[in-house]
Design a protein around this ligand. Structure first.
Ligand SMILES: [Zn+2]
Length: 144
């Protein structure tokens, strides 16, 4: 009985982390997928070095942003700076390119709605290509 309960508990509570341990899901655009409060958002840096935040449903279809609030801060050695965003059909795009000097940390703060508790994601922004998964290092899906 104990074993059965344990298995059930593992299925109920561990499904997400079990999947996460085996395979990291990458963002459809090639960026880093951020998951918070049942929401999925992708942090992607396009060839113009602009940040694109895209919202997805459970099936990874891009969806229109609702009440989410997103704040992005770049933290290069030259000093941290807020990244100004503008709304798109499926999320946000930065008005300017990210500062040079990567790798450095970029913090993406997501709120489900304006008065919701913020969730911070620290992304090590590094545009070099991972030799294994061939994705940019900041969006690497390898397990190491
Ligand atoms: Zn990789």
């Amino acid at each position: 009985m104990k074993t059965k309960l344990f298995v059930l508990a593992a299925i109920l509570t561990g499904a997400v982390s079990l999947v996460g341990a085996e395979k990291i899901v990458g963002g459809p655009k090639g960026g880093r997928l951020l998951e918070a409060d049942g929401q999925r958002a992708e942090f992607f840096v396009n060839p113009d070095r602009k940040v694109e935040i895209t919202f997805y449903d459970d099936a990874l279809n891009a969806i229109a942003p609702g009440d989410q609030v997103v704040a992005v801060t770049a933290e290069p050695k030259s000093g941290r700076s807020k990244v100004d965003l503008e709304k798109t059909a499926t999320g946000y795009i930065s008005k300017a390119a990210l500062p040079d000097g990567d790798p450095y940390r970029v913090v993406v703060q997501l709120r489900a709605k304006p008065d919701a508790k913020p969730q911070n994601f620290r992304v090590d922004f590094n545009l070099e290509t991972c030799g294994e998964c061939k994705r940019a290092e900041y969006a690497c899906t390898c397990n190491d």
